[in-house]
Design a protein around this ligand. Sequence first.
Ligand code: 5CU
Length: 377
Amino acid sequence: MPVVDVHTHMYPPVYMDLLRSRDKVPYVKSFPDDPSAGDRLVILPAEDTASTSRGRPIGSEYWDVQEKLAFMKKHDIDISVISLANPWLDWLPSAEAAATARKVNDDVERMCAEHEGKLYAFGTLPLSAPAEEVIAEIERLVTLPHHRGIVIGTSGLGTGLDDPALDPIYAALEKHGQLIFLHPHYGMPTSVYGPRASDYGHVLPLALGFPLETTIAVTRMLLSGVFDRFPKLNVLLAHSGGTLPFLAGRIESCIAHDAHLRKKGKLDGRRDVWNVLKTNIYLDAVIYSEVGLKAAIDASGADRLMFGKCSSFRLEFWLLIMAGTDHPFFPPLDEGDTEWLSVKMNSDAVDAALGKGQKFASAVMGDNAMRILRLHG
Ligand code: 5CU
């Protein structure tokens, strides 16, 4: 059984140079008032403060492909589909974005080619550039042999993924069968975490801000009809869809009871939330518990499991979830630990939900990704 990690990040050397050249978020630097802390990676809007939550340590695990391969070996991962980590190129001036995206994507393609059969990638889009340049990069990515889709955050062209100006970009992604890996970065406004938020490290923005951000972004796509206009668009949601599996029923109910939507005729002939979830959405298994993973599995097609007697129904049902690690984020806190707790929590959740080594666990751990992303080990 191949084990495939579809949620695993890197900052390739080209991108590291950019981070080191800056002193506004996102940036990498050391702080004179705390020299023992070494280089710090500061990317999240909430972590640029002189408190315990100011950035996090950064080492070669973020940019050195040999470290990625060693991590894979340690955790019995056969293939990784790497993506640039947040905040991608969202922050770049428009004029620099397209050329930088080409450099970053070429750097990643080189790494994959040098490790044939071990590494594939989701490409990065120059979203601050004009739409024609974004589309040109999508078309170029299709020609790169190790690229299998694209990674984006929730801001789109600056105002979110329900922006009609994204339509030509969605059209190009749909036309070329490019999977969107949708990943959070911005979280919630820091005010929602309250005045003592920095006492709690990164817990509130990462545990709650990230999943809510993803849930809101994909719900806005749904409400604005993206999946009606682009019915073949496929989106892989990070962190098992944020809270989408848990909240899908509530979202559906709020839509069905909304007088404004009805008056505008938006309830007529619409595809409901469950239909989109089962048709357009893939989820990773980065949720760290059996309870969360079961919710993701159920949301992706429990009715097909319940009512489908034929085994192909069951297979289709499981094909929506793919394993991930989020490496190099969430490293062990103790230096001596070589096995990562964060990885073990996720693989234990798959075993607990589906039975270690059983057919459907194998599907989640690797077979789904091999098939959906057309990987060759
Ligand atoms: O720890 C974090 O901040 C992160 C992050 O920024 N991005 C990610 O993918 N995982 C964890």
